[in-house]
Design a protein around this ligand. Structure first.
Ligand SMILES: O=C(CO)[C@H](O)[C@H](O)COP(=O)(O)O
Length: 221
């Protein structure tokens, strides 16, 4: 059973005719976009998408989902993946380096649904390093500050590119592993107050629903 696909297709059932959709990024959201594309083709629903990355833009085009922007429309429903979700619905996102645009779009949405497979559901977030998007010139001093806060840091490197990963916004990503995140809400605020940080991958107080694909079927929180 493909648990990411189960979660993505379930989320597409919450899409209604006329919705403006926030389109998240990653391999789980891939299935949501595919399922929305199929509903457009099969049922003729009329929706538009606001992508959170170049990847989701290309995918939406592939599935004939009309593209718009936050300049033009408010978002009815955003659907996005996550690297970790905890029982209080705190998230870590940014495994695909798209968390800045994701946070803008997901936060702006009237309703935000997170889709994950069961491997992402944890007691408390923090095992996955927190992705911190940073202006390249600030990376050394931001790393110093993060290390003073107790994190072990690495600038994320490209897999098929020499040197750092460059985000869709032209920045670097620092992966910051803390021993423990006592208060996700305060950590989210503290990280964003470091000069040079564009956005971090902790998402708190935003989620309306989590759809989890499990080997026993879909669970919703
Ligand atoms: O935050 C993200 C991209 O920046 C993704 O939503 C997150 O990494 C989950 O990805 P996947 O669905 O491929 O496991």
């Amino acid at each position: 059973m493909n648990l990411k696909k189960e979660a993505g297709y379930k989320a597409a059932e919450y899409v209604t005719d006329g919705d403006v959709l926030g389109l998240g990024t990653g391999s789980t959201t891939h299935y949501f976009i595919e399922a929305v594309g199929k509903r457009i083709a099969d049922e003729g629903i009329n929706v538009m998408g606001i992508p959170t990355s170049f990847q989701s833009l290309l995918l939406a085009k592939q599935w004939n989902i009309p593209i718009t922007s936050l300049e033009e429309y408010d978002i009815d429903l955003a659907v996005d993946g996550a690297d970790e979700v905890d029982k209080n619905l705190n998230l870590i996102k940014g495994g695909g380096a798209a968390h800045t645009k994701e946070k803008i779009v997901d936060y702006a949405a009237k309703k935000f649904i997170v889709i994950v497979d069961e491997s992402k559901y944890v007691e408390e977030i923090g095992n996955f390093p927190v992705p911190v998007e940073v202006i390249p010139d600030a990376s050394r001093v931001v790393i110093q500050t993060l290390e003073d806060m107790g994190a072990k840091c690495e600038i994320r490197m490209g897999e098929r590119k020499d040197g750092p990963v460059i985000t869709d916004n032209g920045n670097f990503v620092i992966d910051a592993k803390f021993e423990k995140i006592e208060s996700p809400m305060h950590m989210e605020i503290d990280l964003n107050s470091i000069p040079g940080v564009v956005e971090n991958g902790i998402f708190t107080q935003m989620v309306d629903k989590v759809i989890i694909g499990t080997s026993d079927g879909i669970k919703e929180l």
